[in-house]
Design a protein. Structure first.
Length: 115
């Protein structure tokens, strides 16, 4: 059985969310402000980046091997020559992304193996 947290909305109506959802929101808020961050070539191997907002960010050559990018927003991100092998990007937004030269186990857009 999942743990639950009860919160009140603006309308004073109780809403039940799981602890996992609550911590996901906290994590997203902590990672939400990446404005101005230079992520080119950074070593983010094994990092927990679930729900992170990388929209339009430059991650060229970054090491994201075995990173968790579940539900991350990578729209318009530059992942040219990035290493995403072993990464978990279920539910991630890959709209208008640059994956030229990226190392992936499975193409997140076309589903082909070994890009």
């Amino acid at each position: 059985m999942k743990s639950q947290i009860t919160t009140a909305t603006d309308n004073n109506v109780d809403q039940i969310i799981t602890c996992e959802e609550f911590y996901g929101v906290l994590r997203a808020n902590a990672l939400a402000n990446l404005e101005g961050a230079d992520l080119r070539g950074k070593n983010l191997e094994g990092a927990d980046l679930d729900y992170a907002n990388f929209e339009g960010k430059n991650l060229e050559g970054a090491n994201l091997r075995n990173a968790s990018l579940i539900n991350a927003n990578l729209r318009k991100a530059n992942l040219r020559n990035a290493d995403l092998r072993g990464a978990d990007y279920r539910g991630a937004n890959f709209e208008e992304i640059n994956l030229e030269g990226a190392l992936l186990d499975v193409d997140p857009i076309g589903g082909e193996e070994d890009m």
